[in-house]
Design a protein around this ligand. Structure first.
Ligand code: VOV
Length: 248
């Protein structure tokens, strides 16, 4: 049996995507809208406070297209904390005007392919930074789940570790060209959700997602083995712009 890849796991992750029921929202009296948004903003304040204490992280984006309108990406040390956040939103008044669109449960993951250090990797500050990341608040986000193929000769899980390591090295080299343009957070979801990984990318210029994902399609790790779920792309929603976003 090929040697399984060892992973270094960090914060648990919830991608929570919601669609807004604009028709119902439109009919809410203005003063009530302000109260509802104040309650939601107070929730975001808690996420910001938690991030400042480095006990987790968050990203808040508006999503284009009809698949969803909002995406919350939340990182916490435990799944219980993620559940509390999800529940708090579901019990909020804003939730009455949203419909669940998609969700994804995973954990920030670093494959040991590239880790050359000795001892406990979680004591290495550069590893900690990657598995307990403070999510960038860059202008754009792109999120999609993916699998590695298990078909005939293209079975990732039957490949020797050394060959997988080589392919991941090639993958990393393509990715490195985008340093400063795209930041990636890879979350593992085997046993947690319907796909094997969640890929979350952040960029200042949205076109960089297309360039990177397209270039990677030609790299063997993706060309032979990658299978993709739905893609979600969006724009950062800063706390101060929440009221403006909900204006109708
Ligand atoms: C910004 C670009 C970028 C960079 C620099 C980068 C680098 C790296 C390195 C060095 C490593 C290996 C060690 C680790 O960290 O695990 C990985 C790992 C991984 N990646 Fe990646 N990736 C990028 C970007 C990047 C993209 C765009 C995708 C989606 C693929 C595509 O075709 O759409 C992706 C996927 C993954 C996955 C699913 C894994 C885990 C695979 C496994 O079998 O364990 N990734 N990735």
């Amino acid at each position: 049996m090929p040697e399984p890849a060892e992973t270094i796991d960090g914060w648990y992750c919830l991608h929570d995507l919601r669609s807004i029921d604009w028709t119902s929202w439109k009919h809410v009296p203005e003063d009530e809208k302000q109260e509802i948004l104040a309650e939601f903003t107070a929730m975001v304040d808690k996420w910001i406070d938690n991030e400042q204490k480095e006990e987790g992280s968050y990203a808040l984006y508006s999503i284009l297209g009809q698949k969803a309108d909002l995406m919350f990406m939340l990182l916490r040390p435990t799944m219980e904390e993620l559940e509390q956040i999800e529940k708090a939103f579901n019990q909020s008044r804003l939730a009455e005007y949203t419909v669940p669109a998609y969700s994804y449960v995973s954990v920030v993951e670093l494959g040991k392919y590239m880790f050359r250090g000795e001892g406990d990797p979680l004591e290495d500050p550069s590893v900690r930074e990657r598995v307990f990341p403070i999510l960038p608040k860059w202008e754009h986000i792109c999120f999609y789940p993916m699998d590695k193929k298990r078909e005939g000769d293209d079975n990732w899980y039957m490949m020797p570790a050394k060959d997988r390591g080589q392919l991941m090295y090639g993958h990393g080299m393509v990715g490195r060209k985008y340093a400063g343009y795209v930041k990636q957070v890879i979350t593992g979801s085997v046993g947690f959700d319907d796909w094997e990984w969640g890929v979350t990318l952040f960029a200042h210029d949205v076109i960089q997602f297309k360039k990177l994902v397209y270039e990677m399609r030609f790299d063997e790790a993706s060309a032979r083995f990658a299978q993709f779920g739905p893609f979600y792309v969006g724009n950062v929603l800063e706390k101060d712009n929440i009221t403006g976003y909900f204006q109708v």
